[in-house]
Ligand binder design. Structure first.
Ligand SMILES: Nc1ncnc2c1ncn2[C@@H]1O[C@H](COP(=O)(O)OP(=O)(O)OP(=O)(O)O)[C@@H](O)[C@H]1O
Ligand SMILES: [Mg+2]
Length: 290
């Protein structure tokens, strides 16, 4: 579809997005004014976009399917030479879809498209919004989540290579360094579980001690591994040390990792020792066997 859309259709699609985000209405007049094109051309483009299943007329207003936002975002990444081809889907989660993409230079990246609120839609395949407020709410939540994740990863960049680098972000998407690993939740065999656990806790410490950042949703589901290395992913909800629940969240992040490694790999660290290590009170992290 990206190749099929005309410049005129892109312009009208962007104008519609602007109307949905900023204006009180998205009828033909506000879209025409925003697109700054003759009304008959705008009408023609809207008809085409409707036929392509990207937008939908609802009363006098036009609404957009999530595929419309996906297209706008992909087009942005294409125009910035960050994406040249879309590959297979890597993961379909509750809150995001992650695709493998190829850059102009032939690098493989992971494109994360936020899908917050997906479960509240009956028709998950072709999401349509029943009213403007719902659509507006979807945009706000998903655009902000991508922005927050991108900003946090930007701050974390260079600190450790156990957190993926973020290359770009636009609308509800974040372009990430692609990691070749599987979720720790799948309980893969680890070459040296103790050194993987050490890498995880050390990464938590680095983020906390250097930047005051706490992931806040850390668990075996947000750690990828290749059997040796470990990467901490999924940072949109991360918080700073000044957050009212900071210590509780840090505690929970650490507890869930420790519990998992103890249960699955039979190694453990006392929680207070891990916390002292992350807090910088203690310099040593002693990992024990059951
Ligand atoms: N940089 C990456 N490289 C490769 N795969 C990735 C990358 N980031 C995420 N993934 C894959 O996508 C999945 C979901 O990513 P993430 O945890 O960031 O999103 P999420 O919104 O929490 O999704 P879920 O609802 O499934 O938890 C990961 O479990 C992993 O399989
Ligand atoms: Mg996740």
């Amino acid at each position: 579809v990206i190749r099929l859309l005309t410049d005129e259709e892109w312009r009208v699609l962007r104008a519609l997005e602007q109307c949905i985000i900023k204006k009180g209405s998205s009828n033909i007049y506000t879209i025409t004014k925003t697109a700054d094109q003759p009304i008959d051309r705008v009408e023609f483009a809207l008809t085409k976009l409707n036929e392509r299943g990207i937008i939908k007329k609802k009363g006098s207003n036009y609404a957009m399917f999530t595929s419309g936002f996906d297209l706008l975002s992909l087009k942005h990444h294409v125009d910035h030479n960050d994406v040249s081809a879309l590959g297979k889907i890597i993961a379909k989660g509750k809150e995001s879809d992650v695709y493998e993409v190829l850059s102009e230079k032939g690098e493989c990246f992971a494109l994360k498209l936020f899908r917050l609120g997906r479960t509240s839609f009956r028709d998950v395949k072709r999401k349509r919004f029943s009213d403007r407020a719902e659509l507006h709410n979807w945009i706000t939540r998903n655009y902000q989540a991508a922005k927050r994740e991108f900003e946090s990863l930007g701050r974390l960049e260079g600190l450790t290579d156990s957190i993926p680098r973020a290359i770009a972000s636009n609308r509800h998407t974040v372009l990430l360094e692609e990691l070749r690993g599987i979720k720790l939740a799948e309980r893969p065999e680890l070459i040296n579980p103790a050194s993987t656990l050490r890498e995880v806790i050390m990464t938590v410490k680095k983020a906390y001690a250097n930047l005051g950042l706490i992931n806040g949703d850390l668990s075996e589901y947000n750690i990828l591994t290749d059997g040796k290395r470990a990467w901490l992913i999924d940072w949109p909800q991360c918080v700073g040390v000044n957050h009212p629940n900071a210590s509780e969240l840090l505690n929970r992040d650490i507890s869930s990792i420790l519990k998992f490694f103890r249960r699955v790999y039979g190694i453990y660290v006392e929680r207070k020792d891990a916390l002292s290590y992350v807090n910088g009170i203690s310099r040593k992290l002693v990992i024990r066997r059951e």
